[in-house]
Design a protein around this ligand. Structure first.
Ligand SMILES: CC(=O)SCCNC(=O)CCNC(=O)[C@H](O)C(C)(C)COP(=O)(O)OP(=O)(O)OC[C@H]1O[C@@H](n2cnc3c(N)ncnc32)[C@H](O)[C@@H]1OP(=O)(O)O
Length: 450
């Protein structure tokens, strides 16, 4: 007990030191001009683009999740696409003058951002969160998931180095190198923490919300993909398989179930089989079901981000070597049916519905079970149904004819490119936006008498 207390005190002290270093650097940085800030952000983008593959390799080796090729793409998405989307955005001083309404907007930094970094997308999340934090003249303290510390520390080191070389004050990017519950809580509850960006497992996100500081948290996803009867089936299945297999399913906007109208089911199944989906029989489904969740009701890290072959081996089922995803046909939705929940691995549930209305209801029941406010997909060629789906579905990102993984993060859609996706009030979040620079600065307004 005495040893634990001593360790906790050391960790609290370390975190306190990191926050003070970040705070000091941010005070200096707050006086930087837009041009200076933009040079720094550009330098980070260039350096982290160069390092994308190496960091992907390190993230894969350390976590055992996903694969190097897709992690490289995720890193490049953060260093290039996120950068492109923010580079011309004004964030310093007067950012807008509305002459007609006589309102002037002024961008003000928040201060020190506390950023939780998940094990599923570690290095890409570091690149994303540091870019948006530094573009808005904030400092950032990163709290790594304990199983991805080394790659997160390395990514943060490269960001800090690039920033300093481009003229930033030392200390804007800090990392907790020995993460612990105690240390993370100290960070989240600290008076000098301006905002928490919490991406990760449910308990961590809840802890962020109860810290007493403003927080933007990302709840679980559980995206249903509704293949409606007018859908272009070959394209729809191509999108779903590409999305679900990307980095072995680690993106929270990825598809978790397919909802298909019974009139087109046969064609959909045929197309899925063409794309090497493996339909499990009841016995196989039962075996795999025991590995999806762990006893505490959260996702089992043994299957997260693994290849379909690894999952099959672990669960004791035999599948063809070229299998893309495992599919379990389901009829029930609820906390006790793991197939109806989030599975960040190449496993999908499939539900058959009679018609459009039942399909929409099924999507909502799945989201109410888990993932409310996150993401849902519709595959259709009928524009009228798109609006009906949009009006009825309980998701912040309602994606049409696009892969969930890429559509949700703004890679294949025009949503803001982001790796932190708001889930709205229904998902326990204050916003439905894809987080970007707008959510990381305060906007003061000068307003004249009408
Ligand atoms: C856009 C996007 O795609 S974001 C994706 C974000 N979504 C997710 O990460 C999915 C939800 N995550 C999970 O379910 C889990 O993290 C898993 C299954 C992926 C991994 O499980 P595990 O390796 O067992 O880690 P788990 O998240 O349960 O945390 C283990 C411990 O690390 C701590 N921890 C987790 N994240 C952090 C963090 N960022 N900083 C400090 N500590 C952390 C947890 O509090 C927990 O502590 P405890 O053991 O004292 O309770």
């Amino acid at each position: 007990m005495a040893i634990n207390l001593a360790q906790e005190t050391v960790q609290t002290y370390e975190v306190e030191t990191l926050i003070q270093k970040a705070k000091h650097a941010q005070h200096i940085y707050a006086s930087f001009t837009q041009e200076q800030v933009d040079e720094i952000v550009k330098a980070i983008s260039v350096r982290l683009t160069e390092a994308a593959e190496d960091l992907a390799y390190k993230a894969h080796t350390e976590t055992g999740f996903g694969n190097v090729k897709d992690k490289t793409t995720k890193n490049l998405f953060a260093s290039q696409q996120v950068y492109e989307s923010i580079k011309d955005e004004p964030t310093v001083g007067i950012i807008d003058r509305d002459e007609m309404n006589k309102v002037i907007e002024i961008g003000v930094p928040m201060g020190v951002i506390a950023a939780l970094v998940p094990v599923t997308n570690p290095t890409s999340t570091v690149i994303f969160k540091t870019l948006v934090a530094l573009k808005t003249r904030n400092a950032i303290v990163l709290s790594p998931h304990p199983k991805a510390v080394n790659c997160i520390v390395e990514a943060a080191r490269l960001v800090e180095e690039a920033a300093v070389n481009a003229g930033a004050p030392k200390g804007l990017v800090q990392v907790i190198e020995s993460p612990s519950l105690e240390g993370t809580q100290t960070l989240m509850q600290h008076d000098d923490t301006a905002l928490i960006l919490a991406t990760g497992g449910g308990p961590m996100v809840k802890a962020a919300y109860s810290s007493g500081n403003p927080a933007i948290g990302v709840g679980p996803g559980n995206g249903p993909a509704f293949v409606e009867k007018s859908a272009h089936i070959e394209e729809a299945i191509d999108r779903i398989i590409t999305s679900k297999t990307f980095d072995n399913g680690t993106i929270c906007a990825s598809e978790q179930s397919i909802i298909v109208e019974k009139g087109i089911k046969e064609e959909v199944v045929e197309e899925l089989k063409k794309r090497k989906a493996y339909f499990m029989n009841q016995e196989e489904s039962e075996k795999v079901s025991h590995f999806i969740m762990r006893e505490n009701g959260t996702m089992n890290p043994q299957i997260v981000g693994k290849t379909v072959t690894e999952v099959a081996k672990l669960c004791g089922i035999i599948i063809p070597a070229d299998t893309s995803v495992l599919i379990s046909e389901e009829t029930t939705i609820g906390p006790d049916n793991p197939y109806s929940r989030e599975k960040l691995t190449p496993i999908l549930a499939m539900y058959t519905v009679n018609d459009w209305d039942q399909g929409v209801t099924t999507c909502n029941t799945i989201l109410e079970n888990e993932g409310a406010g996150h993401t849902a997909m519709l595959h259709t060629t009928n524009d009228e149904l798109v609006e009906d789906f949009g009006l009825r579905i309980k998701a912040s990102r309602i994606l049409i004819n696009t892969p969930g993984t890429f559509g949700g993060i703004g890679f294949s859609t025009n949503l803001a490119p982001s790796l932190t996706l708001g889930c709205g009030a229904i998902g326990g979040s204050s916003i439905t936006d894809n987080v970007s620079v707008r959510q990381l600065m305060n906007i003061n307004r000068v307003a004249y008498n009408k």
